[in-house]
Write a protein that binds this ligand. Structure first.
Ligand SMILES: Cc1cc2nc3c(=O)[nH]c(=O)nc-3n(C[C@H](O)[C@H](O)[C@H](O)COP(=O)(O)OP(=O)(O)OC[C@H]3O[C@@H](n4cnc5c(N)ncnc54)[C@H](O)[C@@H]3O)c2cc1C
Length: 503
């Protein structure tokens, strides 16, 4: 280590050991193998907060099944541009991970990704018409070409038997299905990516918490507390990325970054109903997304998912929102009050005023009874019995609030890259669509932070992280081939939605 005894000098410091820092670390080590890169993580292991499999829904968001990425226009047609963009961002992630697996540095891939069909569910005449229009608008795009639609009770019974059994109402229902869907363990992936970084000479410091951040001359200086020994040390770097998830805004506030002075934050926890009953798990082989309630945010879209958690298959249904003032699952009860300043109080108040339906939705969710949660589940699984399902808490989403055109808006339903001091500091706010788009989001961070270096770095980056959008624009056939190859490398053979037979 260079520098004085009390100050460590690094070329890059990545605060937080989640999927975002891990991805950025690998990209930087690719273009600047000579740079000394440190990751600083407060917990005993990386990937334990939002990126942990239990703390998120594990959906490889690719626009295949989520209605919120395909809004309906007033004339009944469907705008699929967001689904295509997210599909291409996820394809970029697949290409990135597969290149690293091919190089023999990342893996085994089956530890972090598996095929799970993605389905969308429409019930009622209007919703079925919407689903059909969505399918018609998507099916010609190369990333959505295998999508099937059916409103026939027989197909639905074979694609999603648990959803069809005991369904008495005469309401029409329909599903779309695609075998391209995935379930991703972003926690395992984070740790695998950080191993790649360590093999290339990067350092991952665990149990170390960045407690403050300041601009000192041309560098950033951080105070770091060792949570094991309580020792304190200082790090100095010309470039810092804050990928601290829920811990990002407090650090930006501590650094007095003018760009974020007026941001506020509000945490929402996600909860899921879970069953491990083998016959139920065997009867539902996919992730099925429905519609959010009117006025409810996109993160509340109900879905019934086949998941693998710690090597064991389960079904999870949710999310149900709940409230905790912590910004991290292992954060402090004082996180929310400490984030409120004179400068951002008006943003919090304006956001509450301008997002009344969201506030009403949250109050309803927080006060929801167990019976109401089972009623929501029974819209998907008519025969669900309360005894088979338990409620588990997932991760914290810190919704970042800011004022746009005088209105309080939520950054949390998109992703915002904040840069300061000429790009020498970058941070990520907002968590949607999240971990699935880490590769393209971190390419955007590189471009925002190092615009002058990008022409020199582009050829290496293109080889490691080819943009799916560019591949489609130059030759749609090439995109199909590249994605098919990535899927083979990652071992993604399609999983049938047919119920698994009993041994
Ligand atoms: C309920 C829920 C469901 C979701 N479902 C999906 C999904 O299905 N698909 C999807 O793609 N995305 C999903 N997401 C979003 C996804 O989980 C996040 O976008 C992603 O994990 C964020 O990664 P990150 O690296 O930014 O943050 P994190 O994984 O939270 O990592 C931040 C790290 O920083 C550390 N840290 C914080 N403060 C400090 C500090 N001061 N010093 C040192 N270390 C610090 C934390 O301990 C943590 O390890 C979901 C999120 C939630 C909450």
């Amino acid at each position: 280590m260079s520098g004085t005894e009390s100050i460590e000098h690094w070329d890059v410091v990545l605060v937080g050991g989640g999927i975002m820092s891990a991805t950025l670390g690998v990209l930087l080590s690719e273009v600047r193998p000579d740079w000394r890169i440190a990751v600083v993580e407060r917990l005993d292991e990386a990937g334990l907060e939002s990126s942990n499999a239990r703390n998120n829904a594990g959906t490889g968001h690719a626009g295949l099944c989520e209605f919120n990425y395909t809004p309906r226009r007033p004339d009944g047609t469907v705008d699929v541009s967001s689904a295509v963009r997210i599909g291409e961002q996820f394809a970029t992630s697949l290409l990135f991970w597969s290149r690293l697996v091919e190089q023999g540095v990342l893996g085994p891939p089956e530890a972090f990704i598996r095929s799970v069909p993605h389905l969308s569910f429409g019930s009622g005449t209007d919703s079925v018409a919407y689903l059909r229009a969505r399918w018609e608008a998507l099916r010609d795009h190369p990333l959505f070409s295998d999508m099937e639609f059916s409103d026939s009770p027989d197909s639905i019974a074979s694609w999603a038997p648990l959803m069809s059994e005991g369904r008495r109402s005469n309401e029409p229902v329909a599903l779309t299905r695609t075998a391209q869907g995935t379930d991703v363990d972003f926690g395992v992936l984070t740790r695998q990516l950080l191993s790649v970084l360590e093999d290339r000479g990067g350092a991952v410091h665990l149990r170390r918490q960045v407690t403050s951040l300041r601009r000192r001359g041309q560098a950033w200086q951080m105070e770091v507390r060792d949570r094991g020994t309580e020792q304190r040390r200082r790090l100095r770097t010309p470039y810092v990325f804050i990928g601290a998830g829920g811990g990002t805004l407090p650090l930006l506030q501590s650094a007095r970054i003018p760009e974020t002075r007026r941001y506020g934050a509000f945490p929402i926890s996600g909860r899921f109903l879970r069953t491990d009953r083998p016959d139920l798990v065997a009867a539902h082989r996919g992730k099925v997304y429905g519609h959010a309630e009117p006025g409810a945010p996109a993160i509340s879209v109900p879905h019934l998912d086949l998941r693998v958690l710690d090597g064991r298959e389960s079904l999870l249904f949710g999310p149900f929102a709940s409230f905790s003032p912590r910004f991290l699952t292992r954060g402090r009860l004082t996180d929310l009050p400490r984030s409120v300043r004179l400068g951002n109080l008006p943003v919090l108040l304006t956001s509450a005023r301008d997002n009344r339906s969201l506030v009403t939705y949250l109050v309803r969710q927080v006060t929801q009874s167990a019976e109401a949660r089972m009623a929501a589940l029974r819209r998907f699984v008519p025969t669900a019995r309360a005894d088979d399902w338990t409620l588990s808490t997932a991760g914290q989403r810190v919704q970042v609030l800011k004022k746009t055109d005088g209105r309080g808006t939520l950054v949390g339903f998109g992703t915002e890259i904040v840069t300061s001091a000429g790009g020498s500091l970058a941070a990520l706010l907002g968590a949607s669509p999240g971990a699935s788009t880490a590769a393209s989001t971190m390419l955007d961070v590189l471009a925002a932070s190092f615009p002058q270096r990008m022409p020199e770095w582009a050829p290496r980056l293109d080889r490691l992280v080819p943009s799916a959008q560019t591949a489609r624009e130059s030759d749609p056939g090439r995109l199909t081939e590249e994605v098919a190859r990535a899927r083979r490398v990652l071992g993604l053979a399609p999983l049938s939605t047919a119920p698994r037979r009993k041994e």
